[in-house]
Structure formats: structure tokens, C-alpha cells
Design a protein around this ligand. Structure first.
Ligand SMILES: Cc1ncc(COP(=O)(O)O)c(C=O)c1O
Length: 437
């Protein structure tokens, strides 16, 4: 909070030891920071406490999963009860069928599902299924969209603009050393129906699926332009390509039926993770029955020791029940708090005189250092001042507010109006501390 003095002695000691035994001192590249990483001691509601006793209003929420806040009582109760009855079965159980049934009732384009553990797996499964179902080799992916960290998909997420190629015909830029060359991948700019039409013509008869984050949340928080998704859907139908929505972030965050409900466009396949299980690790591949039946028949392989593991499914059941049965209250709160915070941050930036864009649906949104009126795709995002955003992240953390370092904010139903008001005060103070202009 404003005026808080943050000491990090215990965190620093832990990091020193960790760097000896954990590569880079952190367990995911997403947690690398310039200074000492956050060492969390416990989490509850909208708050995190670190091992040094500092408290933070948390807008990272485990990178999105804690949509109902940390440790929602119904989820804790369901998980605790299930742990006593078995942690892993690697067999069928009653709750997975109930969760699958509810998921199919909630999500417009879900007629059948298969469960996995993390988002990267389900995303990978969707690409394989599209190729197996259509018999076509290529996937069209959009620049700046993220679909997990596995080799076939980790291309052109944050490409340097020196490597990225022409705007309407981007190159596939690898995300890491050691990655095999991009096979059968077509990279396209997002929010540009003309470029998509051109690339689909160029690769006619070869594209199994067009894959996207329906609201782009990994390089900004960018909604599709009016009419764009309708054009994408029509192009997919015309070319016989499947449309896949990666709803790992948008799923259950924007609406009980995900972005497909929020935007009114049905994909053929969608993947969910993060928010569907209140913080536990469960992901799902969902889709139209004729496509999913390529898995039912055994034509396309799908497996996993931990698929539908009972503790995660218990958490998903408790979470989805709340999202479904208390939808007015849940989504009313998420949108109201999100909009309140967005308006407050805009006002704070205007007061300090900083050019800043605050944009996104509300339950998730992005702050950008830019004087551009809008950010519509990855290249617009790349043109914003990302180094300054990293500084703002550090200044906020020092003052007890935790946002995703790239400037993304996740809301939960546990955030109160008082949390939002306190955050706006901290934000103004943090902005004033930056070497701006
Ligand atoms: C849109 C999207 N797809 C896939 C993934 C991968 O999910 P996971 O990290 O659970 O493997 C993420 C993770 O942030 C994501 O944001």
C-alpha cells in the first residue's frame, strides 16, 4: 500500500539458495524478473502474503485461474473432501461425467469434451485433432497469440520486429533455441480479414485449422474488431478449415460460455484451462460432436495419466457450479470491478500526465504506455513502451500491488470496491515515481 516499506530479506535468501538448485532460480520463465522474484507464503481472496510478511492486492491470480479469488471456500471444501477419497485414480469416476455435462451445457460450441491437466496439453490436442479430422497438414496461427510452450506451437508470440517479416505475410519466428523448424505453420496478422483471406487462398486445401485467442490476452488485451470473427468463421467454412478458439484465458472469465458466448461466434473446437477449476490444474478440449468423434473412434490419439484427476475435477465441479448457478452475481461483479478499476487507472494517468491506454473487456484488461488511441494487434502492442511497463510493475510491487509484468490485470469476484480504490491510489503514486518524459 502507499507508504508501505517493503523488506525482502527472507525472499532474497531463498532466491540465493534457489539459484543454486533451480535453473535460473525460478520454475517458469514467466516468473523471471529483474529483481528478487515474489516468494509467496499464502494467498486468500484478493490478497497474497510473501515470506517477508508483505501483503499485495493480487491482479495476477495465478496467471488467471483464481477467478473466484484465492481459496474460495466451496473449492477448498470440495478439494479437501476429495483428497481423503483418493488423489489419483487414472480411471473413470462419476464427477468427471457431471463436469463434462455441465461444461457442454454452459459452452455454446461444446458437445463433447476430453480432459487434460494443463492448457498447453489441451491446445496441442486441438491441433492434432484438427489435422487428424481434416487430413490436412497446416495450421494457421496469429502473430502474438500464445498457445502454450510446446515445440509445434511456440512460434511468433513475441517476435522481434526485425525478424518478423512483412506485416501482411509474417514469418514464423521460433520462441526458443532448440526448437525444430516450423513445420506446416502459417503465420497471419490478427484483426485483418483481408490478410487472412489472402493466406487461406495461398494455402487452399491445406489448412486444417485457424487457431486464435478470441480476445488476445498474451500481447495486450485486444478484442476482435466488429465483424472480424464473422469474416473468419465464413473463411473457415468456405475453405473447409476448422476454427479453434484457445479459451485458456477467456474461458469462464468473460462469460459462463467463454469468449464464444461473449462474442457470439461458435468455433469448431475450443480449449479451456486456468479459471475452470478455481486454481487447480484441469484443462479441457471441447468441440462439435462430429469432430470430437475422431477421438471417440480412436482415429486420433488422446491420453494422459492425470486426465480427469479427481481432485482437480472436484475443484472444477465446485467452480463451474458457482459460475453457472450464480452467473448474474459473478459476472456482474467481475465487469463492475474491472470497469471501475480501468476508469480509476485512466484518471490516475491523466492526473499525472502520462500517455496511457487502458483497454480490454474488464474481467481482464491491459495498461499500455502509448499515445496511440487503440492497440489492435501484436505489432501495435510491440510499439508501446514495454520497458516502462516493466518499471511500473516493479514500482507497483514495491507498493503492494501485483499485476502481470507485461501490464495485464486479472480481476476476481473477491476484489472489493475498497481494493480497487486502494489500487488506484497506489497506481498514481507508482506512476509519479517513474522517470517519465
Ligand atoms: C491462451 C493460452 N493458451 C495456452 C496456455 C498454456 O497453458 P498452460 O500454461 O496451463 O500450459 C496459456 C497460458 O498462459 C494461454 O494464455
Amino acid at each position: 500500500m502507499v507508504g508501505m516499506t517493503r523488506t525482502l530479506d527472507v525472499s532474497r535468501d531463498l532466491y540465493t539458495t534457489a539459484r543454486r538448485y533451480i535453473a535460473g532460480g525460478v520454475s517458469s520463465d514467466a516468473r523471471r524478473t529483474a529483481g528478487v522474484p515474489l516468494y509467496v507464503d499464502r494467498a486468500s481472496g484478493s490478497r497474497l502474503w510473501d515470506v517477508d510478511g508483505n501483503v499485495y492486492i493480487d491482479y495476477v491470480l495465478g496467471q488467471g485461474p483464481a477467478l473466484l479469488g484465492h481459496c474460495p471456500p466451496a473449492v477448498v471444501e470440495a478439494v479437501t473432501a476429495q483428497v481423503a477419497r483418493g488423489i489419483v485414480y487414472s480411471a473413470q469416476h462419476a464427477a468427471e461425467a457431471r463436469v463434462a455435462e455441465r461444461l457442454c451445457a454452459m459452452v455454446p460450441a461444446a458437445e463433447r469434451v476430453r480432459f487434460n491437466t494443463v492448457g498447453s496439453e489441451a491446445a496441442h490436442a486441438s491441433w492434432r485433432l484438427a489435422r487428424g479430422y481434416t487430413g490436412r497438414p497446416k495450421i494457421l496461427k496469429f502473430e502474438g497469440h500464445y498457445h502454450g510452450w510446446l515445440d509445434p506451437v511456440l512460434y511468433s508470440v513475441h517476435p522481434s520486429l526485425d525478424d518478423a517479416g512483412p506485416q501482411d505475410h509474417p514469418r514464423a519466428v521460433p520462441g526458443t533455441a532448440g526448437q525444430p523448424p516450423a513445420a506446416d505453420l502459417v503465420i497471419c496478422p490478427w484483426n485483418d480479414a483481408e490478410a487472412l483471406a489472402g493466406l487461406m487462398d495461398e494455402h487452399a486445401g491445406q489448412i486444417a485449422a485457424v487457431v486464435m485467442e478470441p480476445v488476445l490476452c498474451n500481447t495486450g488485451a485486444i478484442e476482435p474488431d466488429p465483424g472480424y470473427l464473422k469474416a473468419v468463421r465464413e473463411l473457415c467454412d468456405r475453405h473447409g478449415s476448422l476454427l479453434i478458439f484457445d479459451e485458456i484465458i477467456t474461458g469462464f472469465r468473460l462469460a459462463p460460455g467463454g469468449a464464444q458466448e461473449y462474442l457470439g461466434i461458435d468455433p469448431d473446437l475450443s480449449v479451456f484451462g486456468k479459471a475452470m477449476a478455481g486454481g487447480m490444474q484441469v484443462s479441457a478440449l471441447a468441440g462439435r460432436a462430429p469432430v470430437m468423434d475422431a477421438i471417440s473412434s480412436g482415429k486420433v490419439a488422446h491420453a494422459g495419466t492425470f486426465n480427469s484427476q479427481p481432485v482437480g475435477i472436484a475443484a472444477a465441479e465446485a467452480t463451474l457450479r458457482i459460475l453457472d448457478e450464480q452467473r448474474e452475481e459473478v459476472y456482474g461483479t467481475l465487469y463492475a470491478r474491472g470497469r471501475q478499476l480501468m476508469a480509476g487507472l485512466r484518471e490516475a494517468a491523466a492526473k499525472v500526465g502520462v500517455p496511457m491506454l487502458v483497454d480490454g473487456p474488464g474481467p481482464v484488461f491491459q495498461t499500455y504506455f502509448t499515445d496511440a488511441p487503440a492497440v489492435r494487434d501484436y505489432r501495435d502492442f510491440a510499439a508501446t513502451d514495454r520497458a516502462m511497463m516493466a518499471r511500473l510493475h516493479a514500482a507497483l510491487l514495491d507498493r503492494g500491488v501485483n499485476m502481470v509484468p507485461r501490464g495485464l490485470w486479472f480481476l476476481s469476484t473477491a476484489h472489493t470496491e475498497a481494493d480497487v480504490a486502494a489500487t488506484v491510489g497506489v497506481f498514481e503514486d507508482a506512476l509519479r515515481s517513474l522517470p517519465l518524459g
